[in-house]
Write a protein that binds this ligand. Structure first.
Ligand code: ZN
Length: 137
C-alpha cells in the first residue's frame, strides 16, 4: 500500500513530532501570555511574542467538527475516512483522523482520546489519531 504524505518537520514543529514518537501529545504554549496554539508556529497570534515552550496534553477532548473524506484518494489511507477537528480539554484544537468508529457513527460532541499511530514501514514516524473514549484499540 502506498504511504501517506509525510508532514513537514521544522524547528517550530520538531517538538510536536518528537513528542508523538515518545507517546506524548505536545501543545505549543506562549511563555509571555500562556496562550496555547496549534499548529505550531514561531509567533504567538495573541501577543506576538516569539518565546514559547510546550505542555503535554492529557490527549482527551471532543469532536468540534469533522468531515467524512471520500475523494480524492489519499495514499496509504482507506476511504471513506473521518478527519476531525477536536477541542482539547486544555483549550486548543487539533486535526487528525478518527479510528475505531464507523463514519456514520461519528458526531459533533463525541468524546475522543488520542492514540499514537506509527506508520508502517516508516521508522519512528508517528501521527496522532482520535478514538472514541472506551473504544477498543
Ligand atoms: Zn502570547
Amino acid at each position: 500500500m502506498a504511504r501517506p504524505p509525510r508532514p513537514t518537520r521544522d524547528r517550530d514543529s520538531a517538538f510536536f513530532w518528537e513528542g508523538l514518537e515518545q507517546g506524548e501529545l505536545r501543545v505549543q504554549r506562549c511563555m509571555a501570555c500562556q496562550q496555547l496554539r496549534h499548529p505550531p508556529g514561531p509567533l504567538c497570534p495573541g501577543c506576538h511574542s516569539f518565546d514559547w515552550d510546550w505542555i503535554v496534553s492529557a490527549g482527551r477532548g471532543e469532536i468540534y467538527s469533522f468531515v467524512v473524506h471520500h475523494h480524492p484518494p489519499i495514499p496509504g489511507l482507506p476511504v471513506p475516512c473521518v478527519i476531525a477537528l477536536v477541542a482539547l480539554e486544555e483549550g486548543t484544537r487539533l486535526v487528525a483522523n478518527v479510528a475505531g468508529v464507523a463514519p456514520e457513527d461519528v458526531a459533533v460532541g463525541m468524546r475522543v482520546e488520542v492514540e499514537f499511530h506509527e506508520i508502517e514501514g516508516e521508522d519512528g514516524w508517528t501521527v496522532p489519531r482520535w478514538r472514541p473514549v472506551g473504544a477498543p484499540a
